[in-house]
Write a protein that binds this ligand. Structure first.
Ligand SMILES: [Fe+2]
Length: 248
């Protein structure tokens, strides 16, 4: 997969990043009203997009396409219907594997690298739900929410093999140390090793020649953790920049 500094990016638009939406259209109504987004723009949601939740998801996805003129691309969080996502067609999108969720709506998969607008973006969704004991499997909770060993190994390998090409990392879960900066952070279960693994990945990718920033959702806070690590929630940011796009 290692070909050149960027892998033939074709898109000439802009990339934006935001956090958990849990199926809400409010930011999209706001963006639509302001009319500043273009058909070449890509908005990446850092997990818990929440539009793929039940069999009616297609109507929600249609609404997204109607409101947003560009492409909405989300990584998976813990609150997505993973059974529906897993059954979708896998295509190659900007050099990485992705699911086609609907017209101009994509699901970016774990451990993939996408070359968009001269940027190489590594994505890795998934997290453990704090309240999974109160949820029903197959209705409001899916065991695929948490990355398995194979996915983790694939992600780490992709990072290591492409370490000097990656500009941005987008995950749903945060590296472990970020939790110290999150006001509503919950305890991490002893057997939940994913945040610790992400901390190791953060140390690795920080040494990459092109690395600029890592964004995560999940904590529901817009927060700068380090100059290169940022939690996103309501803010819609142009990737790599600190200025917000106004939607409210
Ligand atoms: Fe969430």
């Amino acid at each position: 997969m290692k070909e050149s500094e960027n892998r033939g990016s074709e898109n000439t638009g802009r990339i934006f990043i935001t956090g958990d939406k849990h199926g809400s259209f409010i930011p999209f109504f706001g963006l639509h009203e302001r009319g500043e987004m273009k058909d070449t723009d890509i908005l990446i949601i850092a997990g818990d997009a929440g539009y793929v939740w039940d069999d009616d998801y297609i109507y929600k996805v249609e609404t997204l396409s109607q409101l947003f003129p560009g492409t909405v691309a989300f990584i998976d969080g813990n609150h997505e219907n993973h059974d529906i996502l897993d059954a979708m067609d896998v295509v190659t999108w900007h050099g990485g594997k992705a699911h086609i969720v609907g017209e101009r709506v994509m699901h970016l998969m774990r451990g993939e690298i996408y070359s968009i607008c001269d940027c190489n973006i590594f994505t890795f969704g998934g997290a453990r739900s704090n309240d999974k004991d109160r949820r029903t499997e197959g209705e409001s909770w899916w065991r695929q929410e948490e990355p398995d060993r194979e996915e983790m190994e694939y992600g780490r390998r992709q990072l290591m093999e492409n370490i000097d090409d990656i500009d941005y990392v987008i995950t749903h879960e945060s590296p472990l140390f970020a939790r110290d900066h999150i006001s509503r952070s919950k305890e991490v279960d002893d057997d939940y090793l994913f945040p610790e693994a992400l901390e190791e990945w953060y140390e690795l990718v920080s040494k990459g020649e092109r690395f600029q920033r890592w964004y995560f959702g999940h904590m529901h806070e817009d927060r700068v953790i380090t100059p290169k690590l940022r939690g996103v929630h309501n803010d819609i940011l142009r990737i790599g920049e600190d200025t917000q796009v106004r939607w409210a």
